[in-house]
Write a protein that binds this ligand. Structure first.
Ligand SMILES: Nc1ncnc2c1ncn2[C@@H]1O[C@H](COP(=O)(O)OP(=O)(O)OP(=O)(O)O)[C@@H](O)[C@H]1O
Ligand SMILES: [Mg+2]
Length: 497
């Protein structure tokens, strides 16, 4: 059998922590293979070995039958491997085109001519049906666009093996379709792809085969056509009934008392347009809409991140004028942001410092921060959300992507709030652990806290919400009671059919 990549009996430990334990993994020419597993299973660690970021503790890696030992990332790239990392690896101060062609000059002997780069860039954009100004500084782009640039960079490298670690977490539907077309084309031209995602529909759409991991070990290799969502979840977790539940069965909404939040025609320039809705005590209000429909922008007005240009916000019947997140917290508003790396976490800090950042005053003894109390609180969140950590004093960046996301959610547990906003809280969360996030929504609402829940996954919105508000292009399209409605009903409103 001619494998382009073979990994044999791979072990990887970080100090005393065993992350990979005897993984065998192989990939054929022209194959699109999914790599699946719960948060913290070891997927990213495995592909970082292929990418030369980590070296294995023991085990062997072969490329086209030849044993390799990558010295570093550059070495791996030169041997024909290209990776879209879960954490974006672009250099924020460079322009888009500089990022895309970074490091290529040396491959082709002489450095690439500017015109050639531009021509190639245009072609890539055409392929992706995408349009980003090549001269814009990368850090100015939205997260979605940065992710697109990351993908364009990896794909245009012309590698034999392209590895995608959760490439679609921030993409719009059109951008996703563009990516899926590219994957088909790569396959046709004999390239091989390793595809990691927690969105299982993407696996069924794009992949031929799947390797499933659990706790650092390989569970098995499968043909995708023999798998179902339920089967994958079972293999990933070893548990037979851990998928997403259909729908919430109880409501804790109190429609009699004053709403905790009332938006009256709030606007920001031409971005958010005359948005009005109410959130009652204990009510879960789902905001449904496409990526880019400005749901986050509405949340940012409530949380004081952006400035309103019109309209009024009332909390518990009284007008408020919140000008910053600090003021929002003082007004008993919580916010789980979409962009966890920039807004939710400090990756170089310890886990417990991150977990306690919002409620810091609670963990003081005689005026001084008490690490024991901080770690106790962290442990509470770890248990509640099933966060996979070794100890609370680990650096945040050592956690897997999904586990970082869970810490962001855990920061708000036990906080005195009237309202909490969840913005795409299940991004990167494995299918079994999503329920843990939904439980926090339920618990908050049970305590009388109003919840705004933003998700691009309509099954999730239906799962948790009492009321659904459809947003299109910065405006409210309609309000729907979550009674007897289907995903299709919401879709029809989103697309105006
Ligand atoms: N540098 C490190 N030091 C210590 N532990 C680490 C380090 N990097 C990863 N780990 C641990 O290895 C385990 C596997 O992490 P990995 O990122 O590979 O998971 P994953 O399968 O990609 O999960 P996710 O779906 O959440 O992205 C985790 O428990 C993580 O905490
Ligand atoms: Mg990962």
């Amino acid at each position: 059998m001619d494998y382009v990549l073979e990994m044999k009996n791979i072990f990887k430990s970080f100090g005393p922590v065993h992350v990979l334990e005897g993984i065998d993994f192989s990939l054929k020419k022209g194959e699109v293979r999914a790599l699946l597993g719960a948060n913290g299973a070891g997927k990213s660690t495995l592909i970082k070995i292929v990418g030369g970021v980590h070296s294995q503790t023991s085990g062997e890696v072969f490329l086209k039958g030849e044993k390799v030992n990558f010295k570093d990332e550059y070495d791996s790239k030169m041997k024909g491997i290209s990776i879209i990392y879960q954490e974006l690896s672009l250099i924020p101060t460079l322009t888009v085109i500089e990022n895309i062609f970074l490091g290529r000059e040396s491959v082709r002997g002489a450095f690439l001519k500017k015109e050639d780069m531009r021509k190639e860039y245009e072609q890539i954009c055409k392929d992706f049906d995408f349009n980003i100004n090549p001269d814009v500084i990368t850090s100015r782009l939205s997260i979605a666009n940065q992710q697109m640039v990351e993908i364009m960079k990896a794909v245009s490298w012309n590698a034999d093996i392209i590895i995608m670690d959760e490439p679609t977490t921030s993409l719009t539907n059109n951008e996703k379709e563009g990516l899926f077309k590219i994957i088909k084309r790569l396959k046709k031209s004999g390239k091989s792809v390793i595809y990691i995602s927690h969105i299982l529909d993407e696996i069924f759409l794009n992949c031929d085969s799947a390797s499933i991991m659990r706790n650092g070990k390989l569970v098995g290799n499968y043909d995708v056509k023999d798998l179902t969502k339920g089967k994958i979840t079972e293999l990933m977790t070893g548990n037979t009934n851990s998928g997403i539940k259909e729908k919430k069965d109880q409501t804790f909404a109190d429609y009699k008392s004053e709403p905790v939040l009332e938006l009256q025609n709030i606007s920001r320039n031409n971005v958010v347009k005359n948005v009005s809705f109410k959130v009652h005590k204990g009510e879960v209000v789902g905001l449904a809409g496409l990526v880019g429909s400005k749901r986050t922008e509405i949340a940012n007005l409530i949380y004081g991140v952006d400035k309103r240009t019109g309209g009024t916000i009332l909390m518990n019947g009284k007008e408020v004028n919140i000008k910053s997140p600090t003021e929002a917290i003082a007004n008993k508003i919580g916010y789980i942001p979409e962009d966890r790396k920039n807004l939710g976490l400090i990756l170089d800090w310890e886990i417990y410092k991150n977990a306690t950042a919002i409620q810091i005053d609670k963990f003081k003894t005689r005026g001084f921060l008490d690490p024991k109390k901080e770690k106790e609180f962290t442990g509470y969140g770890v248990k509640k959300l099933g966060i996979k950590i070794n100890n609370a004093a680990q650096k945040m960046k050592e956690l897997s992507g999904g586990n970082q996301q869970k810490v962001v959610v855990s920061k708000w547990l036990g906080q005195d709030m009237d309202l909490i906003i969840y913005d795409e809280p299940t991004k990167g969360i494995d299918i079994a652990a999503k329920e843990d996030i939904f439980h926090t929504v339920e618990e908050f609402s049970k305590q009388g806290i109003g919840v705004i829940f933003i998700s691009s996954d309509l099954d999730e919105v239906l799962r948790v919400s009492d009321k659904i508000i459809v947003i299109r292009d910065g405006s409210v399209v309609c309000e729907m009671d979550n009674k007897g409605i289907s995903v299709q009903d919401i879709m029809n409103k989103i697309f105006d059919v």
